[in-house]
Unconditional design. Structure first.
Length: 416
């Protein structure tokens, strides 16, 4: 009898340490975030699916025999700025009645957002392995940041039902998680799938620079090959597919471009290449500065800075970037940047009536967040701690894996 009591006490103590609910494989902060996701899904679902018809049209054209489809899809329909992987995923919902398929897609995308929060939490736990990080505080940080992330995720996954953007961000999260676990090949595969889901995700390829030097070239070649396999058939099948890269949208009065002096009524010809180049350059600078958790945020910053449109679902990419930065790049309990992004970018859209003022807020957020993650000094104590941790990790690793990677953390001890 005494042993049972002791076992129960030990189990309760383990649950308190890890945040688990009893003996269930579920942690309290994840349960709360799950409930938060359901609440927002129910609030938005009635008015959701604004852009789902584009996914349905695209997958029907790609896989059907209608004129202007097949490999001529992007040549005849340049407005479908959707990657082939996203159209393939949309095909999974085609057998259902249109309304049911849309609702299922929105539910799946909402669940992906919750999974991304769990993956970022485990990435942070792995990143801070051996530094004495309090996992309960880390869980609290994920919870607070997740409360800001979920409303914007529901914006992209339910209100607009942009499966392409959702998949691009989900695959990018998998790449970040794989990076923390030392899975070099998986990093290249996930980043390629992100770019094959939505072209603007190419800016996240700066994460390849984090890989060990001996593997970087091989994985980069794999990344390029997978991107080419997805996109080249369309360009080779119909050379007019290049029209998709030149597709323009209106330059809205609330865009940051207006504050940069770009008054053209639609997308300037240099704009898309500049977005990609700026995202890659900023991401490379972050890696060189030892701040790779900022790569996603900087790529998203480049997008909203130079994009002529101001759709609210764009902010989901920024919130993923701030989530990764707040969880992995910093150790503060309160994830300030996630809430700053939500209040300024999404709150500004709802509360600021002036288009130029909203554009100025967008510009201000990009400038301040970029300057902070690239230029704000890292504390010497934290730098010394990381150095000691890397030294201990190298000494404990077997000869086979590259010394840059930390040993995998057993799943039972990961607190997030």
């Amino acid at each position: 009898m005494g042993s049972r009591v002791e076992g129960a006490a030990a189990g309760g103590d383990y649950g308190r340490r890890t945040g688990r609910i009893g003996f269930l494989p579920l942690r309290r902060h994840n349960a709360l975030l799950g409930l938060w996701t359901v609440v927002w899904f129910l609030l938005v679902a009635r008015s959701g699916g604004v852009s789902w018809h584009y996914l349905r049209q695209g997958e029907q054209l790609l896989f059907g025999d209608a004129p202007g489809g097949g490999l001529s899809l992007y040549a005849r329909h340049p407005e479908l700025q959707i990657g082939p992987v996203s159209l393939l995923a949309a095909r999974l919902f085609a057998p259902f009645p249109p309304q049911t398929g849309q609702l299922l897609a929105e539910a799946v995308m909402s669940a992906l957002g919750l999974l991304m929060l769990i993956l970022v939490g485990r990435t942070a736990a792995q990143h801070y392995l051996g530094t004495g990080t309090n996992h309960r505080r880390l869980q609290q940080r994920i919870l607070i940041a997740g409360l800001a992330f979920i409303p914007m995720w529901v914006e992209v996954s339910v209100r607009f039902a942009h499966l392409d953007d959702a998949l691009a961000l989900f695959f990018t999260t998998l790449a970040v998680y794989s990076l923390s676990r030392g899975r070099s090949t998986a990093v290249g595969v996930w980043l390629a799938l992100a770019a094959d889901s939505k072209p603007w995700a190419l800016s996240f390829a700066a994460l390849l620079l984090v890989l060990p030097q001996g593997r970087r070239l091989r994985v980069s070649a794999l990344f390029c090959a997978l991107v080419a396999v997805a996109w080249l058939p369309f360009y080779l099948g119909n050379l007019d597919s290049v029209a998709a890269a030149r597709f323009v949208i209106p330059n809205q009065p609330a865009s940051s471009l207006r504050w940069l002096g770009v008054s053209a009524p639609s997308t300037p010809p240099w704009d898309r290449p500049a977005q990609l180049s700026l995202g890659l350059v900023l991401g490379a600078l972050a890696v060189l500065r030892g701040r790779w958790p900022a790569v996603v945020l900087l790529g998203a910053d480049a997008r909203i800075l130079l994009d002529p449109s101001v759709y609210t679902y764009y902010t989901a990419s920024v919130l993923l970037g701030t989530l990764i930065w707040d969880a992995v790049g910093q150790r503060r309990l309160v994830p300030w940047w996630s809430w700053i992004a939500l209040l300024s970018l999404y709150g500004g859209t709802l509360l600021i009536p002036s288009d130029p003022a909203r554009g100025l807020v967008r510009l201000g957020f990009v400038v301040l967040s970029t300057a902070y993650v690239l230029l704000w000094p890292t504390s010497r104590k934290r730098t010394r701690q990381r150095t000691r941790t890397r030294a201990r990790t190298r000494a404990a690793e077997p000869v086979d894996p590259p010394s840059e990677w930390p040993a995998p953390l057993p799943s039972s001890t990961i607190g997030a």
